[in-house]
Ligand binder design. Structure first.
Ligand code: MSP
Length: 641
């Protein structure tokens, strides 16, 4: 593990509405990672904040009959309140309307202008208000639609200031190619490299005040304000003392991770690196793009009106349970689907049944003994050693998962060790040992289970700090600093310490009886056989087609046609290429990371001269097409049928 300081950032959020699960997810992830790095003994700095300039905020202010500053001051409270509720432990919260930030943005602009890296020119382009971006005519979809959000753009001609981004194109391509952990997951690096195959233009970094007044005024022209993305990206350095506090800046920069959602990849992996390069500042170590939380197969978003309110979820089910689900359910990099049913099911399985049960059994059993203390263990037998090894494996798995940014895998390994704990209880049957008066074995078993709980609660602490602390207190572990070295060593729990009750930490969530009944009804309903039985096939016919799950690793448009995407897919250990007629319905970016269903034993064929080995399944009606995907996480190569 690297011992250099750990500096992690989240995107800074627009203050035009209430925070939703997308915001909560990245911030919880940053919080959890910071807590893990602290556990590893690494000095850490966690920055989050709000992006308060630009047309989105100005428009929200008009709508809410406020000044833009009032809009910011009101909405920022929603974020701060949510972070407090979710027990988010950030080190700094930056608002781009703060003087400490604005001063630095102005200094950078002036410096680049003086060095002629920012120049004035006339610009004609197509502007998308929601995305705050200009596009050229060739970027637009069907007429004048924005290629990002697919909403109409407006044509604008104006004089503006430009940053000479184009001059860094070759350098950036080379940097990405020679720094494999600069953009992660690696398929996102490929996406950026794909974007960089087109000539890179210069970046328009100003907005005339006549059109947008809510922004940082350009130091060299009072008729313009700074483009919101140029302003916002600077937060990552202004907050840690760039041009203000050299010592602080040198301590934390370069950032270890900029965590972002996959929709803001270009701004972070093209604009930001070129800006840094122009300022002669070192690159951040890793820009990590996570996937989206979806409802069905749609992105959740304010404009779509299908968001999950994190405050409501935390109120209803508890903060730790909500954070646990976010961290355990999403494979970092890929999209995940949020449903309350999936939440309840994971909660009941992992927390109420597995962890809750194990905890309850151990604590209750010790409390029932004549002396309710951590007992002195005797000699370990094979069962004990096997169990101990499973718990120690979880410690290693969590460390590896952190390094590889595969948190869900680390959590899975810890829950696997909890399940091993429940099995160990069954095998060793301490209740029998107590009846037989076999105190030496009984003490060993109870000690081992309590010791496992010490390690497990330590490993889960960054995700569920409140509940993990309750477990630790029950085992008599005080407030001493939690460090990984203590979790790597078996036998740190001190015999003789009194154990106390935890109460029920994760009460089972009962699905409403009537909901269950509806489900039962649906299951027991007689199967309706259609009278229209022509073209029926036998089950054997059906199984001739070998349907399998496949993960899309890469995707790109096939040139000279607007219908086809060329996909690199993974089917278990095998990698293949297929060509699919879905380009009118999905962009390459939207499909990367998805787990789809394919006919794996279709004879290879050439489509538009490109080899295609297999066919994906999609549902189509009228002019709508949706990929067939699987409900939840399953590895590629699984058979479908
Ligand atoms: N202000 C810019 C970021 C500037 S950073 C220098 C911005 N703000 S945002 O509030 O619109 O979005 C912030 C983050 O939320 C993005 O990383 C975005 O990917 C994430 N999410 C928004 N909806 C999401 C989901 N449904 N799921 C997961 N994250 C998504 O962009």
């Amino acid at each position: 593990m690297p011992k250099s300081p750990f500096y992690i950032t989240t995107p800074i959020y627009y203050v035009n509405g209430k925070p939703h699960i997308g915001h909560a997810y990245t911030t919880v992830l940053a919080d959890v990672l910071t807590r893990y790095y602290k556990l590893l003994g690494i000095e850490s700095h966690f920055l989050t904040g709000t992006d308060e300039h630009g047309s989105k905020v100005q428009e929200a202010a008009v709508k809410n009959h406020m000044t833009p500053q009032e809009q910011c001051d009101t909405t920022v409270g929603n974020f701060i309140e949510l972070w407090k509720k979710l027990d988010i432990y950030y080190d700094d919260f930056i608002r781009t309307t703060e003087e400490r930030h604005k001063t630095i943005v102005r200094k950078i602009l002036q410096d680049l202008y003086d060095r002629e890296l920012i120049y004035k020119a006339e610009y004609k382009g197509w502007y998308c208000v929601p995305c705050e971006r200009f596009f050229t005519e060739k970027d637009l979809l069907e007429g004048n639609l924005c290629p990002e959000c697919k909403r109409p753009t407006n044509e604008l001609v104006e004089s503006n200031y430009f940053f000479k981004m184009s001059s860094y194109q070759e350098w950036l391509i080379d940097y990405i190619n020679t720094h494999p952990s600069f953009i992660l997951p690696s398929y996102r690096a490929n996406e950026t490299l794909g974007f960089l195959r087109q000539p890179l233009g210069d970046l328009c970094v100003s907005r005339p005040k006549s059109r947008l007044s809510w922004g940082i005024e350009l130091p060299f022209d009072k008729d313009y304000v700074c483009y919101v993305w140029f302003d916002a990206l600077v937060n990552y350095i202004s907050a840690v003392g760039y041009m203000a506090d050299e010592k602080k800046f040198n301590k934390w920069w370069p950032a270890s991770y900029h965590l972002i959602g996959k929709d803001i990849l270009t701004t972070h992996t093209v604009y930001w690196p070129t800006m840094l390069k122009s300022m002669n500042i070192e690159m951040p170590k890793t820009i990590f793009a996570h996937g989206w939380w979806l409802t069905g197969d749609q992105k959740m978003g304010k404009s779509l009106g299908n968001t999950v309110n994190p405050m409501d979820m935390a109120e209803k089910y508890g903060v730790d349970a909500f954070k646990y689900f976010l961290m355990a359910e999403m494979v970092l990099g890929q999209d995940a689907t949020f449903t309350e049913d999936a939440f309840i099911s994971k909660y009941n399985t992992d927390l109420a049944n597995d962890l809750g049960n194990f905890l309850n059994r151990v604590i209750k059993f010790i409390l029932k003994q004549p002396s309710p203390i951590i007992p002195e263990p005797g000699i370990n037998d094979d069962n004990d050693i096997e169990f101990k090894n499973e718990v120690m494996n979880a410690v290693n798995a969590m460390e590896t998962a952190l390094l590889e940014m595969k948190l869900n895998k680390g959590i899975d390994a810890v829950i696997a060790s909890v399940r091993a704990g429940n099995r160990y209880m069954e095998k060793t049957a301490p209740w029998k040992l107590a009846k037989e008066g076999n105190l030496e074995r009984l003490n060993s078993v109870l000690y081992n289970t309590a010791e496992a709980l010490r390690i497990i609660s330590g490993l889960l602490y960054p995700v569920i700090p409140e509940k993990a602390s309750v477990i630790r207190k029950a085992l008599g572990i005080g407030d001493e600093k939690l460090i990984i070295d203590d979790l790597r060593i078996w036998g740190k729990l001190k015999p003789g310490i009194s154990v106390t009750d935890t109460g029920v930490l994760f009460p089972r969530i009962e699905i409403e009886k009537n909901e269950e009944k509806t489900k039962e009804k649906a299951l027991s309903a007689p199967i309706q056989v259609s009278e229209n039985v022509v073209d029926m096939i036998s089950i054997d016919d059906f199984f001739k087609a070998k349907l399998k799950t496949a993960k899309i690793l890469k995707a790109e448009k096939v040139t000279k046609t607007d219908k086809l995407l060329k996909l690199a897919i993974e089917i278990g250990k095998e990698e293949r290429q297929i060509v699919a007629g879905i380009a009118l319905f999905y962009t390459p970016e939207q499909v990367i990371g998805k787990t789809i269903v394919i006919v794996s034993n279709l004879k290879p064929a050439k489509i538009c001269g490109i080899e295609s080995h297999g066919m994906l399944l999609a549902a189509k009606i009228d002019d709508k097409l949706k990929l067939v995907t699987v409900d939840g996480e399953i590895p590629s190569g699984a058979s479908v049928g």
